[in-house]
Design a protein around this ligand. Structure first.
Ligand code: AMP
Ligand code: MG
Length: 424
């Protein structure tokens, strides 16, 4: 295993005491080693999983040329450019019940959507434009040879990967895999994630609150943010700021997880146990990220070797936990889980509804609301922006992402937002 410090020191702008968010993201990416283990599952159980193999179909979809419309199948060569043509109906082709004969010159076959194109026919004329006269079918001028036919292999070609390893299996992928007749596939095993909160002041919910204590909320936000990622998650509870207890917790997390998330204990001036222990147990980098909220963060590995779990030491402040999770941890976990696509929530441009104070030199994630006014999408911030105030997250539907170099934003200026919706 290459030392992480060596990997990250090669990055442009790497300064652990003032690390721009993009550099921090690049540093994490550069260090990650995705899961290798996979397992075979039934197609239905592949929902939400990551493909470990390309899906290469054995069949064409559609398997045969077929009709895209209800109408009559005929030979394009029989069409007349400037006048109506009369054809003789030779039979019927239904979806699942093909016409067995061949369509000869001057003939046509009644055909329904999805039915296999009969031999000889290469064109479908829709029923709405056709007139019938006894056994004769009158096709108007202006029809084009080849129209309204879906070609075999038009959607998916046999032998060509329809889905790639690293794709997430969602509804469309599940249906696509089923459309190929595939009953089981190989997916990455689920990423194992363990997390715990640290702090002497933390009290579990449902108990009386001692003087000076606070309820532990971070494990609940983490639970909620991890749930949609389809991982195998273990909540390890609260660990006191006590070196022996912390060491036990880290070792037991490391034994069962691919990634460990902690909250608290990484800020400056903190009773330094968490930091010290992280340093002792493996290789951990401590960063002050040029962002708000979420400045201190630790990233590293517990132990050595390929199986050493990755560690994300998040700050304790509840809003900072959410922001650092959304901006760094979520993407890192998805990459570890084997995702091959860009899993970051998109940044969308909208108008600032009012002035937003900002100093250059750090990225700010203001909690905001995107709304529509006079035909324009705009964003406003939600109340108090302190990093302990979860209410500002709860009232928001997006982050307003104010870039590193940017100063105060004037009303009407473009700002980028990241919808919470895409982060779920
Ligand atoms: P720390 O990083 O440990 O100094 O924590 C920073 C702030 O976040 C302190 O005010 C803590 O009380 C608060 N905090 C830490 N952990 C939690 C938690 N699990 N739930 C709610 N607040 C927390
Ligand atoms: Mg603490």
């Amino acid at each position: 295993m290459k030392p992480l410090a060596k990997v990250v020191s090669c990055l442009d702008g790497y300064d652990p005491d003032a690390l721009p968010v993009d550099t921090a993201r690049a540093a994490i990416r550069a260090c990650l080693e995705p899961l290798r283990e996979s397992e075979r599952v039934g197609t239905r159980d592949a929902l939400g999983r990551v493909l470990a193999e390309d899906i290469v179909p054995a069949i064409n979809v559609p398997a045969h040329h077929n009709s895209a419309m209800d109408g009559w199948a005929l030979r394009g060569a029989d069409l007349l450019a400037d006048r109506e043509v009369a054809l003789k109906e030779a039979g019927t082709a239904l979806a699942g019940r093909p016409f067995r004969g061949e369509v000869g010159p001057g003939q046509c076959v009644r055909i329904m959507t999805g039915a296999v194109m009969p031999r000889g026919a290469d064109t479908v004329v829709i029923q709405e434009v056709v007139r019938r006269d006894g056994n004769r079918v009158l096709v108007p001028a202006g029809q084009k040879a080849g129209q309204n036919v879906r070609a075999a292999g038009e959607d998916i070609q046999a032998g060509v990967a329809a889905l790639k390893a690293g794709n997430l299996v969602r509804a469309a992928e599940l249906g696509l895999i089923a459309s190929l007749g595939i009953a089981d596939i190989i997916v990455k095993r689920r990423l194992r994630v363990a997390y715990f909160s640290t702090g002497d002041e933390l009290t579990a919910i449902g108990k009386p609150l001692p003087q000076g204590a606070i309820y532990d909320s971070n494990r609940y936000t983490l639970h909620a943010m991890l749930a949609p990622l389809g991982m195998d998650v273990t909540d390890m509870g609260v660990v006191r700021d006590d070196p022996a207890k912390l060491e036990t917790a880290f070792r037991s997390a490391a034994a069962k997880a691919d990634a460990v998330i902690t909250t608290g204990g990484v800020s400056v001036g903190e009773a330094d146990f968490v930091k010290q222990l992280m340093g002792k147990l493996g290789e951990v980098l401590f960063w002050k990220i040029a962002m708000r909220p979420g400045r201190p963060m630790a990233f590293g590995r517990i132990g050595a070797g390929r199986r050493a779990p990755f560690l994300f030491g998040l700050p304790g402040n509840p809003v900072a936990v959410m922001v650092t999770f959304h901006q760094f941890v979520r993407e890192a976990l998805l990459l570890l889980a084997g995702r091959g696509d860009d899993c970051r929530a998109p940044l969308l441009p909208v108008q600032a509804a009012h002035a937003m104070r900002k100093v250059p030199g750090r990225t700010e994630y203001q909690r905001g609301v995107v709304f529509r006014e006079a035909g324009h999408w705009k964003a406003r911030t939600t109340g108090q922006q302190g990093s302990g105030v979860l209410r500002s997250m709860s009232e928001a539907n997006c982050y307003i992402v104010l870039e590193h170099e940017r100063g105060t934003v004037q009303p009407g200026e473009p700002v980028q937002v990241q919808l919470f919706e895409g982060l779920e």
